[in-house]
Write a protein that binds this ligand. Structure first.
Ligand code: NCD
Ligand code: ZN
Length: 351
């Protein structure tokens, strides 16, 4: 049996790093496994312009611990008023790697998001021409639509229309959670891809209510039925280059999760690569982990794969307990905190 695997160092193609003390606290977990990450722009206020993205990038670079290497790839938050010229400048100057579309009020810090995608057609036309990837939070926001159907309905009513009008646009259906999403991506052209999170590969909707309500398993899009989890696992290990790693690690203070109206988001940065590795092992597909974690993403984004390698060993360790945020003393609870992880990154992290 294989008990040590060496793969090209992976990247995280969907990550929330936040800002200030939280950024400083969570960043080392990502750096210990990933060389680069696509950093989500849903700060308050959001990262909407090239200038905002450049400034946020500087703050992230300053938070990298001495002697460690990490490249943040910045995104701009699409609004009804995004200026195509500013975006073009940011792209040309390599400040911006992609644009994130949140339907207004679909998820955490998305109040400034797009109210109707048709308002963004000028920007989408530019993005299609320049091949700037559009990263989509694919859920409709109509409260009448059942929360478990919001991704499927988004695909049917909005994603299909966007791709129909902009067939050359590069699109990532972020954190795909349904078999319909997986099928849509698999049947689309190579311009359409999806990221898959570790938590959606591990939990289904029953887990959120196992013995009581478990706020730390609440994220958006919400975990679906078992049949969807199985479809996600099949897609991740399929070898299809349109599926790649994106953790959607989304830290929130314990106090904001364990409350009457808790925030959506799962902090999975500690242990993310170990969990993906376990899933690939369970699916007898360890030989495909490198493509999913380290190659398909860079190929989609037209970037070179990393030169470094990372070594992951089959050895048990405990997933960390609550992480304390610097000055405030606030705690953030990692995904699967306290549970046993069966793989461990033993070298190559944070080179
Ligand atoms: C994310 C967050 O907290 O920023 N939450 C989440 O549940 N995934 C936002 C997002 O990606 O939807
Ligand atoms: Zn996210």
């Amino acid at each position: 049996m294989t008990d040590t695997i060496t793969i090209i160092k992976p990247d995280d193609w969907h990550l929330h790093l936040r800002d200030g003390d939280v950024l400083e606290t969570v960043l080392p977990f990502t750096i210990s496994q990933f060389a680069r990450a696509i950093v989500m722009p849903n700060l308050l206020p959001p990262v909407v312009s090239s200038r905002d993205a450049a400034a946020y990038r500087e703050r992230i670079l300053r938070a990298i611990p001495p002697g460690k290497k990490f490249s943040p790839l910045m995104t701009a938050y699409l609004t009804d008023n995004t200026d195509p010229d500013d975006l073009f400048q940011g792209w040309k100057q390599k400040i911006i790697s992609a644009v994130k579309m949140y339907p207004a009020n679909a998820t955490t810090n998305s109040a400034y998001g797009v109210t109707d995608w048709r308002r963004t057609v000028k920007v989408l036309a530019l993005m299609e021409k320049e091949q700037i990837p559009l990263l989509i939070h694919g859920e409709v926001t109509n409260p009448d639509i059942d929360i478990f159907d919001r991704e499927r309905v988004f695909i049917d009513t909005i994603l299909v229309a966007i791709i129909n009008d902009f067939p050359g646009l590069k699109v990532v259906l972020e954190h795909v959670t349904t078999s319909e999403g997986v099928d849509f991506v698999a049947e689309s052209s190579a311009k359409v891809a999806a990221t898959i999170t570790p938590h959606h590969l591990v939990i289904n909707r029953n887990d959120i209510f196992r013995g009581g309500i478990r706020p730390h398993l609440y994220c958006l899009p919400i975990a679906k039925r078992e049949v969807h989890r199985l479809a996600l696992r099949a897609a991740a290990v399929s070898g299809n280059p349109s599926f790649f790693l994106g953790t959607d690690s989304a830290p929130h203070a314990v106090a904001s999760k364990e409350t009457a109206c808790g925030c959506a988001g799962i902090f999975n940065a500690p242990g993310a690569l170990e969990i993906y590795t376990q899933v690939f092992e369970e699916e007898n597909a360890l030989h495909r982990l490198e493509a999913f974690a380290s190659c398909n993403g860079p190929n989609f984004y037209n970037l070179p794969v990393n030169k470094e390698k990372i070594v992951i060993k089959k050895t048990q360790s405990k997933s960390p307990g609550p992480v304390v945020v610097g000055s405030s003393g606030e705690e953030i609870l990692p995904f699967l905190s306290g549970e046993t992880l069966v793989w461990k990154v033993i070298s190559g992290g944070g080179l």
